[in-house]
Design a protein around this ligand. Sequence first.
Ligand code: ADP
Length: 470
Amino acid sequence: MEWGISLGYNKRAKSINIKIIRSFTIIIVLTILIIRVFINVSFESAFEKYVDQSNKSEVNHLVFDLKHIYKDGDWDIRTIKALGEDAISKGIALKVYDKDEKLVWSIFEDEKMLSNNILKKINDNMEKVEKGWNDKFKEYKGRIYDDNGKIVGYSYIGHYESTYYMENDMEFFNIMNKFMLFIALIAIVGIVIISLVISKSISSPISKVSKMAKVIESGNYKNKLEYTSNIKEVDELIYSINKLADALNDQEKLRKRLTTDISHELRTPLTSIKGHLDVIIAGIWEPTNERLVSISEEVFRITKLVNDLTNLSKLDIGQDKLEIENVNLAELVKNIVYNYEIEALDKNINIDYELKDIEILIDKKKFSQAIVNLLTNAIKYTTDGGSIYIKTYKDEKYTNISIRDTGIGIPKEDLKYIFERFYRVDTSRNSETGGIGVGLTIAKHVIELHGGFIEVNSDIGKGTEFVIRI
Ligand code: ADP
């Protein structure tokens, strides 16, 4: 069976939980990476700019303050020291020389350890931010004037040339990085929890449906999945599975009934034929014409049954191409009535008709079969002494063939099923009528092939009317 090929599971198929968690995690990690790159580009460059400017403004302040370090013909060492110590805490090294280039004060002399430590720390910090950061420390020489505007000495202000971070800048930078890492972790944990909840809500109903499908697979069609999820698609799936179980259950019932029906339909005439032949062979009965006719009738019953099955199987394998020709409907119906009049008369049923002269394009053989099926049903399901009325007529839309009987009628609840294959209303009432419930199926199919349809009206105990509309 072709199905067998696809029955095996794909070994690499993952559970829906894993798939959802994995996809969500990939999405969030990618998002975090993108945000990270964005922050690197925008935030870090803005921060760098800010640090750079504040460093420059420190240098400018220092240059301005240096104007006041020479007073009354002498250097104000205390102020120089205060300025120098303040400056080094911002990564700026100050040296002051007099006009003869003799050293007055240098942070490297006065606070040797502190200044070297600070400059080294800056180097270390920057190394952390930017691998291989090795900037040059550069000194800028400036003049120092007294109150009269005379040059009294020179200042050397040294700092790293490009942007550098002091301890507090680094601290801010690290806090930002940790904060971002924290947010990323929270986001990942959050997304894993959310995806777990989502995937559980999808996978648990699906696995319920899948268990139900397995139950159906094992032939337990009566079970129903009494469960509603809050997912529309899953509910639709549950609905379809339940419908499928119903359909399979119906099919199973039909199959069982069909087997019994067919064997019954075959056994009855065969037993009768065998009985007749046995007695004739034993020489007890003469093979009279009457007896041979009775055997022939039984053979006809079997042939009819086999024909029905053949027609049905043709319908299944799609051997239903139409051979369209122009046919006079009145003549067609009249011929059919002639052929079945004797059968009707046997039951004392009168067939009346009113046939309009209508030309119609149909497959004569197949179309006749549909009418025959409706007419023989009318004869079968009409009690002795009843009547059948056949009428052909045209209205604005359709050509109509109506076959009305005064028979036993069809219960309302059965009407929607009678065209289904092997469906028979109340098998007990049909036991003598023969048939296996395919006559209407074939008729409906043939009429639909012609682009038409069959309507049915029925009153139980009063009669039934089938109308072919084409
Ligand atoms: P069957 O071989 O049993 O006649 P059909 O497909 O021709 O199968 O018809 C299906 C069922 O519809 C029949 O079993 C019968 O109960 C009901 N039916 C069909 N035609 C008539 C009718 N004219 N009057 C009453 N019942 C009918």
